[in-house]
Design a protein around this ligand. Structure first.
Ligand code: SAH
Ligand code: SF4
Length: 425
């Protein structure tokens, strides 16, 4: 019998014991003990640096530098942070990481729309879509993997809620898009842009000039107001002048009508609001947007009237999906006008032709019907453009997002919907 002696592995170095910064409340390090900095505000980064051994003044200064590199320059490697001492960079890399969601698949539509299938570090898939237009480029960002709600025309509604995305995973989508579009300012360019009035709008954010990604809509998978804190924290980083520096006027949050969170949305986030109205009578909205059974149309429209972030210059968008013989009559259009006027809402209406998905129980209204509906609203003095569906060929259009696209039977769907409605109470 030969005795096996454990040989030291050549070149093997024991891992440096890193002080785990989990003393900072609410921050969970990754399995390797390092902390992902993406998603954290500057103040939290400074706290982490202090816990890891820097004195308070140095921690604050380093946090400011690192924050700038992360969000303004988009670097993904501490080595690239050239104004941080060479010896300090490995110190950072041992303790921290600069995360991005993993890209599983990237698709390009014939109309220029791009869709990415992304994966969280713990293996959950979600989607993000970029829609280029002549004068703007809009990124459609997800807030949850799946959705707790069950709007009957929405493919995401046929998924269970897997989990909320973290602030890092939400802002990480914007950063990934900038990576993919090659949009991080090169050395010196960021500061030049900040000095050039033409490139900076009134809030200090970038204007459209020369940029592909100019607008963000929280209209991907999930209900953003059911993941309020993470969405708020992520959007703060997007709006931060030292961060991604996108103006709040260029960001829109869409809700299916989570009334109790709408006031906080105006106060704590302050972005433009879009509301998925989709119907003007209780019966129809109860059926197609079942959260209506909890927060009805009157309550929802009153919350819109009270929304502090809206004015004639910043109108609330009412989204209205056009479903054949369901919500698309002249009478529906007239009732929509009446409601908007009754609540004195600074409103515009977006008419969205229904985007089909396998097994969907509805059809899209005819183009003539959509036009007639639009005309009635328009003639009452309310803007009512018909949205051109984008990226349908790659299932990137509104309501088509759903990962792990297994088709559920009608009976399975009914069971799932009943379960969701029970949970909603
Ligand atoms: N959960 C949020 C945001 C994501 S959905 C919300 O419901 O508002 C983004 C928009 O797409 C919503 O207005 C939604 O109602 C709409 N939508 C969902 N499914 C659709 C479909 N199949 N066709 C067209 N629009 C759809
Ligand atoms: Fe969820 Fe919005 Fe889809 Fe409704 S429309 S199921 S709230 S993602």
């Amino acid at each position: 019998m030969t005795a096996t002696k454990l040989m030291p592995i050549p070149g093997h170095i024991d891992p440096v014991p890193v002080p785990r910064p989990d003393l900072v409340e609410g921050i969970t390090p990754r399995e390797d003990g390092r902390v992902d900095l993406i998603g954290l505000p500057k103040k939290r980064i400074a706290e982490l640096f202090e816990t890891a051994g820097l004195d308070a003044k140095a921690a604050k200064l380093r946090a400011k530098q690192v924050f700038h590199w992360l969000y303004h320059r988009g670097v993904t490697d501490f080595e690239a942070m050239t104004d941080i001492a060479k010896t300090m960079r490995p110190w950072l890399a041992e303790r921290f990481v600069i995360g991005r969601p993993e890209i599983v698949e990237a698709q390009h539509s014939s109309d220029g729309t791009r869709k990415w299938l992304l994966r969280t570090a713990d293996g959950h898939d979600f989607e993000m879509v970029f829609i280029p237009d002549a004068d703007r480029g809009t990124l459609c960002v997800s807030s949850q993997v799946g959705c707790t709600l069950n709007c009957r025309f929405c493919h995401t509604g046929t998924m269970r809620l897997v989990r909320n995305l973290t602030a890092g995973e939400i802002v990480g989508q914007v950063m990934l898009a900038r990576d993919s579009l090659g949009e991080w300012p090169k050395s010196g360019q960021a500061d030049l842009a900040a000095l050039d009035d033409d490139l900076v709008d009134e809030d200090g954010g970038y204007s459209a000039d020369g940029r592909l990604l100019t607008n963000i809509v929280m209209m991907g998978m999930g209900e953003p107001l059911y993941n309020f804190d993470n969405v708020r924290d992520a959007l703060k980083l997007v709006m931060d002048g030292d961060g991604l520096a996108l103006s709040k006027r260029r960001i829109t949050l869409s809700t299916s009508g989570v009334v109790p969170k709408m006031e906080r949305c105006a106060e704590e986030i302050g972005v433009n609001l879009a509301v998925s109205l989709h119907a003007v009578t209780k019966d129809v909205r109860d059926e197609i947007v079942p959260i209506n059974k909890k927060y009805g149309i009157e309550e929802l429209l009153q919350a819109c009237a009270d929304y502090k972030g809206a004015s004639n210059a910043r109108r609330i968008t009412f989204e209205y999906v056009m479903l054949k013989d369901k919500n698309d009559s002249d009478e529906d259009a007239r009732e929509l006008v009446r409601l908007i006027k009754h609540y004195k809402l600074p409103a515009k209406v977006n008419l969205i032709p229904f985007n089909p998905w396998p097994g969907a129980p509805y059809e899209c209204s005819t183009p003539e019907r959509v036009k007639a509906f639009s005309n009635i609203v328009f003639e009452a003095g309310i803007s009512a453009p018909v949205r051109t569906p984008r990226g349908r060929d790659i299932d990137a259009a509104c309501g088509q997002l759903k990962t792990a696209a297994e088709k559920k039977s009608r009976a399975e769907l009914e069971r799932l919907y009943a379960e969701k409605e029970k949970a909603l109470g």
